[in-house]
Design a protein around this ligand. Structure first.
Ligand SMILES: C[S@@+](CC[C@H](N)C(=O)[O-])C[C@H]1O[C@@H](n2cnc3c(N)ncnc32)[C@H](O)[C@@H]1O
Length: 404
């Protein structure tokens, strides 16, 4: 009984936060792995979940025919709208200050003159009240400390600054010239100072996970992925990244420690040459949707536009074992709108997305297990997963859609 009350409480906390906030101020999924898995060509039509919008812009640089960026949270769409407006109207110097450094002294003037006129009504109402997010002052002195994920990053920065010797140790680890040096600094200087009982307690709190956009169903998957539950999973993930992957060019972790990207360590869309290619026309191949994946695909099927690449991030964990009906609806729509040679990629908190086994699609009067319609590329996925610079997902999956 107590568990059910606690679970209902945490669901309400997550829903309240999710339905009023920008959760992701940047994508926390590695597009370099996605590109290798997607093998995008000029005829491909991509559907990707927007999140921070960085990866939708990254895929555009492969010049596919179309990128449909979809998100059920209109604030995520509003963020990608602002980025697209900036690409169309600003020069690289101004755009870099906004999304490279997360602060611009003249944002109000830029916003009023160049960005606001391009936005939808919802995005205007949202950004009109948040121009200070780019002011660069106060406790959250960068856009990358805004939104729910930004809040957690800002709190971590306070922890790092207050913990004696931790800031210089983290700095030395991030700038270590070799992986051996990085691992040594982590083992000797960072880990002993970082993993206090207080931090271990905080990372295992449901509220912390809600702030990081991890709903109840996904928390169960995270807890299932490690014998020491959520705290064990978080520590193991961070240790793998800090001990096994070079941090020097890892913009995912650098931006949340410094609140800004470096020009030689940032997403592709922020680099001058790529920014110029987007501005020169690729940005016009982007289409934004504020809706569920299912509703968007039903809309696109009506337009006779088959989709050939589906980038589903880890959102299926959000439905997981509790809503196989929603998963079946979504895969029905995916199957119905898939073009020739279609491929789907997604991530999961647990190494295997076991909940997919329960999904059945109604095809020609038969209930067909979803797994019979997916040809997984396990070796390629495992190889790319090992290189994933984010490192906080248990599994990466690449599946070609096959006929029933
Ligand atoms: C699942 S979360 C993952 C974010 C991602 N791991 C990241 O860090 O960049 C991604 C996004 O999916 C959106 N989302 C969740 N379920 C959705 C659905 N059924 N249709 C469309 N968007 C959905 C959420 O609003 C959220 O912005």
């Amino acid at each position: 009984m107590a568990n059910r009350i606690a679970e209902r409480f945490h669901r309400q906390v997550f829903d309240a936060l999710y339905n009023s906030s920008l959760v992701y101020n940047a994508c926390w999924e590695d597009p370099a792995c996605d590109r290798a898995a997607l093998e995008l060509g000029g005829d491909d039509r991509v559907l990707v979940i927007t999140s921070g919008g960085c990866n939708a812009l990254d895929y555009l640089l492969c010049a596919p025919a179309r990128v449909h960026a979809v998100d059920a949270n209109p604030r995520q769409t509003a963020l990608l709208e602002l980025k697209a407006a900036g690409i169309r109207a600003l020069d690289h110097d101004d755009f870099w200050l906004l999304f490279g450094e997360g602060r611009h002294p003249d944002f109000p003037a830029l916003y009023r003159r160049h960005l606001r006129p391009q936005l939808t009504a919802f995005a205007r109402a949202w950004w009109d009240r948040r121009q200070h997010w780019f002011a660069g002052d106060g406790w959250c002195d960068s856009f990358y400390f805004r939104g729910l994920s930004g809040l957690v990053a800002r709190a971590m920065r306070t922890f790092i600054d207050r913990r004696k010797g931790l800031r210089p140790a983290v700095g030395a680890m991030l700038d270590a010239p070799t992986l051996e040096d990085q691992r040594m600094v982590y083992d000797r200087e960072v880990a002993p100072r970082l993993w206090t009982p207080g931090l271990r307690w905080a990372v295992s709190r449901r509220t912390t996970l809600s702030l990081l956009g991890v709903p109840h169903e996904q928390t169960l998957e995270v807890a299932r992925a490690h014998e020491q539950g959520v705290a064990g999973f978080v520590r193991a993930s961070i240790e793998r990244v800090f001990r096994e992957l070079p941090l020097r060019d890892n913009y995912f972790w650098q931006v949340y420690v410094h609140g800004a990207y470096r020009r030689d360590c940032c997403p592709e869309y922020l680099k001058p040459a790529e920014f110029a290619r987007l501005k020169a026309g690729l940005i016009d191949r982007l289409e934004l949707h504020t809706a569920t994946v299912t509703a968007t695909l039903r809309g696109l099927a009506g337009r006779g536009e088959p989709v050939t690449r589906f980038v589903l991030l880890d959102h299926m964990d959000w439905m997981g074992a509790s809503r196989p009906d929603l998963l079946a609806e979504e895969w029905d729509a995916i199957h119905a709108s898939a073009g020739r040679g279609a491929r789907a990629i997604f991530r999961s908190a647990h190494a295997d997305a076991a909940y997919l086994a329960a999904v059945r699609l109604g095809l020609r009067g038969r209930q067909v297990p979803l797994t019979e319609l997916l040809a997984f590329r396990r070796e390629l996925a495992a190889e790319l997963h090992r290189r994933d610079r984010v490192g906080t997902y248990g599994g990466f999956h690449i599946a070609d859609l096959v006929a029933a």
